[in-house]
Design a protein. Structure first.
Length: 328
């Protein structure tokens, strides 16, 4: 049973209680991690635990994290180095598992999300004991119209077919109380669609607007293809409705065939056998063939994911680690 604690934050460095943990997934962020850390030093006067996860970067991100832990050895810095790129979802999971603060925030390393909002989220949770988490959403989306429309279509569709509610535009930039994180890390699935996982876990979440900044350095690792495949993960992980499509289409096709059969019999009995309908037959074969292929594809998507899930491979592999606790 999860019990809500009456948490009082004691601001001030050095205190181990009421610490804020920052989970920072990093992929090719060598030109951002130091500036991100300096920005945090400006913003926070609390006890902070920094958890940088190097998600198989191809640049010197991990060297930069190691340097930070040497140069700021009095700060609580953890560096997790993955053996390859496992994706942001895996990086978040590794960070959340490691976090020991009473408040735990997930924040990007590229300074698009100002650490100042972490304080706002923590303050909100302090003032509102009945809330368990805060999720930030972009007040103005700085994306192309096509991207905004595609995302809007995704949310409309997924909310129609899934029992889990997906809050429109809510980002991964969130702050949780510790017991929420304990529940999230209990979910062991390989395909992690975090927005769905957070929502599925329940808890009282407040949605806070924030203004997204331009990327400090480097380029985004998301492109249209990756986003489409991520959206597909969302559908397949949180709804089995597409599988039901086969049943519905089968019913419609059977009903159509019965009606057509009836028409053909009437024609045969009252008009005589008219040899025609070649075009109709070809069209129907192609149409039914196409529908069957699509349905096989949908079943394949579920099957492939089930196959990967039953293998129970680890979601990530850690190559090495820096831990302020162990390196004391
Ligand atoms: N990221 C990661 N692994 C990946 C891709 C991204 O850890 O495979 C990190 C990245 O370093 C950043 C955050 O996830 O801190 C968000 O990524 P990005 O800025 O590319 O996404 P966007 O802000 O454009 O949505
Ligand atoms: Mg970014």
């Amino acid at each position: 049973m999860l019990k809500r604690k009456n948490i009082m934050i004691v601001f001030g460095k050095g205190s181990n209680i009421n610490m804020i943990s920052l989970v920072i997934p990093c992929y090719n962020e060598e030109n951002n991690v130091e500036d991100f850390f300096r920005r945090c030093l400006e913003v926070f006067h609390q006890d902070i635990e920094y958890i940088f996860i190097n998600d198989g970067s191809k640049d010197h991100t991990y060297d930069k994290i190691e340097n930070l832990s040497h140069d700021y050895s009095h700060e609580k810095i953890i560096g997790i180095n993955f053996s390859k790129n496992f994706g942001k979802e895996a990086a978040m999971l590794a960070g959340l598992k490691k976090a020991s603060g009473d408040y735990i925030s997930v924040i990007d390393a590229d300074l698009q999300q100002d650490p100042m909002y972490v304080l706002k989220m923590v303050e909100f949770l302090q003032m509102n004991q009945d809330y368990d988490a805060v999720a930030c959403y972009q007040d103005v989306r700085k994306e192309s119209k096509l991207m905004v429309s595609c995302k809007s279509l995704f949310y409309s569709l997924v909310n129609k077919i899934s029992d889990t509610h997906f809050e429109r535009n809510a980002s991964d930039f969130r702050t949780f109380r510790k017991y929420v994180v304990d529940s999230i890390i209990e979910m062991k699935e390989y395909y992690r669609f975090s927005k769905g996982i957070f929502s599925w876990a329940g808890f009282n979440t407040y949605y806070m607007p924030y203004t997204v900044q331009e990327r400090h350095a480097g380029v985004t690792s998301w492109n249209f293809r990756k986003l489409t495949s991520y959206a597909l993960d969302g559908f397949v992980s949180f709804s089995t409705a597409p599988l039901r499509l086969a049943t519905y289409l089968g019913l419609i096709a059977s009903l159509g065939s019965l009606i057509y059969m009836f028409i053909v019999i009437i024609q045969k009995l009252f008009i005589g056998n008219v040899i025609s309908g070649y075009t109709t037959i070809v069209c129907l074969i192609l149409l039914i063939g196409g529908i069957l292929m699509i349905l096989l594809g949908i079943i394949g998507e579920y099957l492939a994911r089930t196959y990967i899930e039953v293998k129970q491979r680890p979601i990530y592999i850690i190559k090495d680690e820096i831990d302020y606790e162990k390196d004391k």
